[in-house]
Write a protein that binds this ligand. Structure first.
Ligand SMILES: Nc1ncnc2c1ncn2[C@@H]1O[C@H](COP(=O)(O)OP(=O)(O)OP(=O)(O)O)[C@@H](O)[C@H]1O
Ligand code: SF4
Ligand SMILES: [Mg+2]
Length: 350
């Protein structure tokens, strides 16, 4: 059990005002040990999470969304290590803390709903017991008070009949309701920042929409900072304020969500957007099939020279094969790691 002292954990009720910078990740790089040596899974990722805003981290499978988040949380597997970068929570670099202090901050002020969360619920304990485990172990809350809080948390995530369901077991809950329980569990200590890793992929479309709406409501109500991780740009449209698109361990585009949808500044984002079904445009689903991004992303350790996206890019030129494009500002609040971002944006405006 982690001892809770004032010096270990800053006050839980520090005020949150819209726009406060809560979490700032800068130049994060993570490597895995492998038989072929060190393999870079995340390389130079930066993002910022503000109170009352939702940042979507988007990219295909394997681009580093989960690994970068686990690094921020201090929960990397033993074969991985942070080789560069900072993750400042209200100014304190979490990555420079001892493992004990790091874990004390995370789970308390920066919480995460894990990608395989549904499998994480223990079948032999009631939902209420599991919901308040962190509360009891970190704050010494009594069993009676913990149960009251568990009902409150189930109410918060809109589980009907919370006072009764708190004593039920996970198998008595549907997938959507179990995901709500996992969200409630992450909210138990009223975190400033919630990282939700693919919180809806295991759910059917209607339930996905409900869970996303719920997350957005809670985020707005509490002025929390939300990091929403997904491989699906369609999911973020109605929920996120800003989007960071990742490819092969790096951020390749960052933009406010509306700007990104209106005019992507990176060919990878453009390709991802083409694969999102659009109800307002029959042209996007010509022949009944959605276009997918051709080819596959590179495995870590096999990232191509120059622009890592060049083997799959329909705009690639010789320069792209040799010179890696930096993530540069291309418009207010927007950045892109493409040599031809200006042309892309210019073309969209023309
Ligand atoms: N335990 C591990 N050992 C070795 N490599 C790993 C390990 N976990 C992840 N990786 C590698 O790190 C890279 C980033 O993985 P990560 O899980 O962050 O991807 P992701 O973007 O979350 O993908 P997904 O959308 O499938 O969840 C991947 O290429 C993966 O192969
Ligand atoms: S730098 Fe070249 S290869 Fe990379 S995304 Fe831009 S145009 Fe495509
Ligand atoms: Mg993942």
């Amino acid at each position: 059990m982690i001892p809770v002292t004032e010096t270990l954990i800053p006050p839980a009720d520090a005020e949150r005002s819209a726009g406060d910078v809560l979490l700032e990740v800068e130049d994060l790089a993570v490597e895995f040990r492998s038989d072929d040596g060190a393999v870079r899974a995340v390389d130079g990722l930066s993002y910022r999470v503000e109170a009352g805003r939702t940042l979507a981290l988007v990219g295909e499978s394997g681009c580093g969304k989960s690994v970068s988040s686990l690094a921020v949380m201090g929960l990397l597997p033993p074969t991985a290590r942070v080789v560069r970068g900072t993750a400042r929570y209200r100014g304190t670099d979490l990555l420079a803390l001892s493992p004990t202090r790091h874990r004390a901050h995370c789970g308390t002020h920066v919480a995460m709903v894990f990608q395989d969360a549904l499998a994480a619920l223990n079948p032999v304990h009631t939902v209420g017991y599991q919901l308040t485990e962190s509360l009891r172990s970190r704050t010494g809350t009594s069993r009676r008070e913990a149960r009251r809080r568990a009902v409150e948390l189930l109410d918060l995530v809109k589980v009907p009949n919370a006072a009764q369901r708190v004593d039920e077991y996970p198998h008595q809950f549907s997938g959507g309701m179990r995901q709500r329980v996992m969200i409630a569990s992450a909210l138990a200590l009223d975190p400033d920042v919630l990282i939700a890793d693919e919180p809806t992929t295991a759910l059917d479309v209607t339930v996905q929409a409900q869970v996303l709406r719920l997350l957005a409501e809670i985020q707005a109500e509490r002025q929390m900072g939300l990091v929403l991780i997904t491989h699906d740009l369609g999911v973020v449209a109605g929920v996120a304020d800003d989007v960071t698109v990742m490819y092969a361990g790096r951020a390749v585009e960052h933009a406010p969500v509306r700007d990104l949808y209106a005019a992507p500044a990176h060919p990878y984002t453009r390709a991802l957007l083409r694969s999102v079904p659009r109800l307002d445009s029959g042209a996007e689903v010509a022949g009944g099939r959605l276009p997918v991004v051709p080819g596959r992303p590179p495995a870590p350790g096999r990232v191509p020279s120059g622009c890592s996206f060049h083997p799959r890019c329909d705009m690639a030129q010789d320069l792209c094969r040799t010179v890696e494009p930096p993530l540069d500002d291309v418009a207010p609040g927007r950045s892109s790691a493409c040599h031809f971002a200006a042309e892309l944006l210019g073309g969209a405006r023309a």
